[in-house]
Write a new protein. Structure first.
Length: 368
């Protein structure tokens, strides 16, 4: 019995020594102001006291790019494989308080160490560009503290992470992909190059959290994302057409009257829908199209986009509204391009005005 007890005590002592070696030998980063970098970055976390963040920012800035190697290692931090088995042995030793032991061995939780590394990279600003792959990986961390700090870091870096995120969107899924999409949404028009990839996500999982996040990101990209959205608008699947049309309205609110006039079209189908879809593609569907408004397509676009734009104005024109006034101005300009479309739109408007003026409360306008 005594030999067995002595053996257990001996093993426990060895385990304590091994734990001591693990704790004391772990790299805690370069020192600034007498404190290791590991301590400074804990003051940068979103959970840290605000009054300590300024000093921590200054400490990280002082190290500059010299902090990068340790911060990148911290983002990927995991415990050594021997740590938990050794803790299991030491916990059984009489007279050792389990809580004191854990406080001694775990100065910080693993998630806090990883989150500290992420927060330190965020504090470096543009100097952290080489670590963008690590930050994008951290978006997929299972710990909220880590991926929330990664979100904040990537938002500060703006569009510099665009290519890395776009390249990984296809392989990511679930919350990881959704957080990537949140970063893209924050980039707004700077992320427009990712628009085709977002359309693929929407097509694959319409109505999912990922698809909804992709729609939100698309809708924040501005009019240069419209060519990609047109792939949804022209889809054979009704639910995708509805999503695309909704995104169009958010991308181009200045054309509110047009979207209101076309709203029911995407439910009816038929020849009129086909003509409208063709016109929308001719105005906004070409890759690289930079047409912020319908008027821009008519006044500065190609002959095809001008004719299509006039047709759409005719669909949106109502007696007395802005589109009706635009059609009349175009008539006065005597431009031969798109003349047939203009004449058809004016005839349609004239008929609508005649109907309106002949009904109770109708609007009387001069059709000349």
């Amino acid at each position: 019995m005594k030999k067995r007890r002595s053996l257990k005590i001996g093993l426990a002592v060895l385990a304590v020594l091994a734990l001591l070696l693990i704790v004391t030998q772990r790299d805690r980063g370069p020192e600034v102001g007498g404190r290791p970098l590991e301590e400074w970055v804990q003051d940068l976390l979103v959970t840290a006291a605000p009054d300590r963040r300024a000093a921590a920012h200054a400490a990280v800035a002082k190290l500059g790019t010299n902090a990068l190697p340790w911060l990148q290692l911290s983002v990927r931090h995991t415990d050594t494989v021997w740590k938990q088995p050794l803790l299991g042995v030491v916990k059984k030793v009489p007279g050792i308080d389990r809580r004191d032991l854990l406080r001694w061995v775990n100065l910080y939780e693993r998630s806090e160490i990883r989150a500290g590394g992420v927060a330190g990279l965020a504090a470096l600003g543009q100097a952290a560009v080489p670590a963008i792959p690590d930050l994008v990986t951290a978006l997929g961390d299972s710990e909220q503290l880590v991926h929330n700090n990664a979100l904040a870091a990537l938002r500060r870096l703006g569009s510099l992470s665009l290519s890395e995120i776009t390249n990984r969107l296809g392989q990511a899924e679930g919350g990881y992909r959704t957080r990537m999409l949140h970063v893209l949404r924050n980039m707004k028009s700077d992320a427009v190059a990712a628009a085709p990839a977002l359309v693929k996500i929407i097509e694959a999982k319409p109505g999912s959290d990922e698809a909804n996040a992709a729609v939100a990101a698309l809708s924040a990209m501005g009019h240069r994302a419209v060519p990609a959205v047109m792939l949804l608008v022209a889809s054979e699947r009704y639910e995708l057409r509805v999503v695309g049309f909704d995104a169009l309205q958010r991308l181009m609110p200045a054309e509110h009257g047009l979207w209101e006039a076309l709203r029911g079209t995407f439910q009816l189908g038929g020849e009129r829908e086909a003509r409208i879809l063709a016109a929308l593609r001719d105005v906004w569907g070409e890759p690289g199209a930079d047409t912020p408004t319908l008027s821009a397509a008519v006044l500065r676009g190609t002959a095809k986009s001008r004719a299509a734009g006039i047709f759409l104005m005719g669909e949106a024109a109502r007696p007395g509204n802005a589109y009706a006034r635009k059609l009349r101005k175009l008539r006065d300009q005597k431009n031969e391009s798109g003349q047939a479309a203009l004449e058809a739109a004016l005839r349609k408007l004239k008929a609508a005005e005649a109907t309106a003026s002949g009904s109770p409360g109708g609007v009387k306008t001069s059709s000349d």
